[in-house]
Design a binder for this molecule. Structure first.
Ligand SMILES: [Mn+2]
Length: 320
């Protein structure tokens, strides 16, 4: 595996922490203040050099820029022009070293939680989701059929160019993986549906982000999912995280305190010969930290990275 950390585009303590705990690769988020033109190779060059100057090599971009992808998910009047811009982005990424785009297909509502401060071990704060709390809320409308159509148009439009430019599209499951959320349908909510999605273009450029906590919340066996997609060379990126509960009702946990045998999942990647990037995700906010960006604080992240490294070393699974 290649150990990476999710680092926003402005250098911060998290960049220093990553280097100090031995992380040498980055999953990057593009600047969203309007200063970054994703179709301009020189913008990519200067962004990449920001990371490499600090000893971090970017490998994955996450997510697909929302100002493009939102139109594609909705299939609105800006869909086609947005697909063109995604193609331009992939062209501009060539040679940047970033060859994977982690992208979801959640329309209207993205990553969603009903609680941001649930007490986990020792009072550390985690996020959670309880479907009951939002069952009467409506925030949009989207049918399952429209989502599959929009996903199909997107994948058929970009896949030939992804192949040409050597870019891989790693589909992230919907989180929470419920069939509908506040009036908006969701489709990437089960291993079967994810399989259907990658089969749309059946291209080596389209695969998955194996977000362990989301598959665990689905009730899926994480190891079975690893094997199912690794066998097809569809495993492009891993989110190492865990939860307790099910898709309707769950909360995040410390990485050593969830419902999944994390060591066993790593053994599965190892057995399947996975050598791609992995990053820890959704860490608890710990004592002394502000809960300003739930899931993305620093101290829990250090623990998670150390835990992941320990497990990898314990099974002699190389990482760099
Ligand atoms: Mn994830």
């Amino acid at each position: 595996m290649i150990l990476a950390d999710y680092l926003l585009p402005t250098p911060s303590l998290q960049w220093d922490y990553a280097r100090q705990v031995g992380v040498e690769h980055a999953v990057i988020r593009l600047p969203e203040d309007g200063s970054f033109d994703e179709g301009d190779p020189t913008h990519w060059k200067s962004l990449i050099s920001r990371y490499t100057q600090k000893g971090l090599i970017p490998l994955v971009v996450e997510p697909m820029p929302n100002h493009l992808h939102d139109h594609i998910k909705l299939g609105d009047e800006k869909r086609d022009e947005s697909i063109e811009k995604v193609i331009n982005m992939m062209r501009a990424m060539q040679g940047s070293g970033v060859h994977t785009i982690c992208t979801n297909f959640m329309a209207c509502i993205g990553w969603f939680r009903t609680d941001n401060a649930i007490e986990e071990r020792g009072g550390a704060l985690v996020t959670g989701f309880d479907a009951e709390k939002v069952k009467r809320e409506i925030r949009g409308s989207m049918t399952v059929q429209a989502l599959w159509e929009n996903l199909t148009v997107f994948l058929q439009g970009v896949t030939p160019y992804a192949q040409r430019y050597g870019i891989r599209i790693a589909l992230h499951p919907d989180d929470p993986p419920v069939p509908a959320l506040m009036g908006v349908s969701r489709i990437l909510t089960s291993p079967e549906n994810i399989q259907r999605a990658v089969d749309i273009t059946n291209s080596p450029a389209v695969g998955i982000t194996l977000c362990q906590g989301t598959y665990s919340a689905m009730g899926a066996s994480v190891c079975s999912v690893i094997k199912q997609f690794a066998r097809q060379d569809k495993l492009f990126f891993v989110h190492f995280r865990d939860v307790r509960g099910n898709r309707e009702h769950f909360h995040e946990t410390f990485h050593d305190n969830g419902q999944t045998d994390m060591r066993e999942t790593l053994r599965c990647y190892q057995e399947m010969g996975y050598h791609g990037p992995v990053r820890v995700d959704h860490v608890p906010t710990m004592a002394g930290e502000e809960n300003a960006l739930p899931g993305y604080a620093s101290v829990g992240r250090l623990f998670a990275i150390g835990y992941l490294k320990g497990l990898l070393e314990g099974i002699r699974y190389s990482y760099r």
